[in-house]
Design a binder for this molecule. Structure first.
Ligand code: 13P
Ligand code: SF4
Length: 375
């Protein structure tokens, strides 16, 4: 099997990635809002619901966003889901304007799949460490150097990277799609998440050449701490997102996308769960199973170097004030004008990127997806 060696593993490249991610993280502090009083929060919610209703826009949110935004999406007739389901909802809903609360690649996927819809985000600054660390020029060079491989990219990438791919996958379909390609005898070039890539390669035995980036949130989960925690909660099941390191996944009872984690928490008989993913998901977990206890898997800890302990800093940029401001602008701007937080994808890039994205959605529709794990 191919090891994780490629241009993106060079020490100087990894150092450059770290610097780049850090420079993006430095921008985030400007988005921190002072906590709102209950009355202020209620006022924001009312104005947002009014603006959604009067504009006819549909809101779609990821499970990692602030619980108040998840509730707003559902209360307004929109949707909360994992990245695959968000893409599908955006494509299939009949609204002409979509509000995507999540990170940039989610807004771009919505725009690529529905080029005629207006797609707006609370802020376009909300990105993802995987997207940042997979720039199109270097990625293209990697593809050019390996022309015999089928290019499979994770959805957490730019539109340009998707346009260079044969397949786009999210964590809920990645294993099944790679298995399918392997059965067809195809060798794979995978980017950008090394942990997810390695997990798929180890599980399927596929011949995969891996890009070498990681999610800054999931990479912080620690196997040793998890083992200690497990000793404290011997009856708890461990649920992990596959962007977590291999040593963490080795301890997990269930490995899956955010939606697959939620489904496992409902299906398993355990009354306690240790969860290795962004803490935003606890809102849905707890709401669906109020009698169960959910515990955040240990990270490097709030006092350590981790800036994102089980909490994606970019997802956190979706706030009530940024959402309301985006909706207010929508109300005053003429239909043909660009909005500050409107997602644009170059038409030619979008057309190319739509093919691998659509391929993924077609595959998911045709195949019942499995959740992996020992449970
Ligand atoms: P899901 O596809 O499981 O929602 O994951 C998206 C993501 O960004 C995880 O960090
Ligand atoms: Fe990207 Fe990680 Fe945030 Fe998901 S949690 S959006 S992979 S940085």
């Amino acid at each position: 099997m191919q090891e994780t060696t490629n241009i993106s593993s060079l020490p100087e490249r990894l150092a450059a990635d770290t610097q780049l991610v850090k420079s993006y993280l430095d921008k985030i502090d400007a988005f921190q809002t002072d906590s709102l009083s209950a009355a202020e929060e209620a006022d924001y919610k009312r104005r947002i619901l009014d603006a959604l209703a009067s504009s006819g826009a549909k809101m779609v949110a990821h499970y990692y966003t602030d619980p108040v935004l998840q509730d707003l999406a559902e209360e307004s007739g929109g949707f909360v889901g994992d990245s695959l389901e968000m893409a599908r909802f955006g494509r299939d809903c009949d609204a002409s304007t979509l509000i995507v609360a999540g990170v940039r690649f989610m807004g771009e996927s919505a725009k690529i799949l529905s080029p005629d819809k207006r797609v707006i985000m609370p802020t376009l600054e909300a990105t993802c460490s995987l997207d940042i660390a997979c720039p199109i020029l270097e990625f293209s060079a990697f593809c050019d150097a390996n022309p015999d491989r089928t290019v499979v990219v994770y959805a957490n990438t730019s539109a340009a990277v998707k346009a260079r791919a044969d397949w786009v996958v999210t964590s809920s379909v990645a294993l099944d799609i790679v298995e399918h390609l392997m059965e067809r005898g195809e060798k794979i070039l995978w980017a950008p998440d090394r942990h997810l890539g390695r997990y798929i390669r180890d599980t399927t035995g596929a011949d995969m050449l891996l890009w070498d980036s990681a999610c800054i949130v999931h990479e912080e989960f620690k196997a040793r701490g998890l083992r200690d925690m497990r000793a404290l909660y011997p009856d708890a099941a461990v649920l992990a997102h596959p962007e977590s390191p291999a040593e963490v996944l080795a301890i997990a009872d269930v490995i899956g996308s955010t939606t697959q984690i939620i489904k496992a928490s409902q299906a398993l008989p355990n009354s306690q769960f240790i969860v290795a993913t962004d803490r935003g998901i606890f809102h849905k977990l707890q709401r669906l199973s109020p009698e169960k206890e959910f515990i955040v898997a240990p990270t490097a800890g709030n006092e350590a170097t981790c800036r994102s302990c089980a909490s994606c800093p970019w997802m956190g940029m979706n706030t009530l004030p940024t959402l309301l401001a985006a909706l207010q602008e929508l109300q005053v701007v003429e239909a043909n004008d660009g909005l500050t937080n409107e997602v644009f994808v170059d038409a030619a890039v979008g057309e190319r990127a739509m093919k691998p994205l659509q391929r993924m959605l077609d595959f998911a529709a045709a195949n019942a997806l499995k959740v992996r794990g020992k449970a």
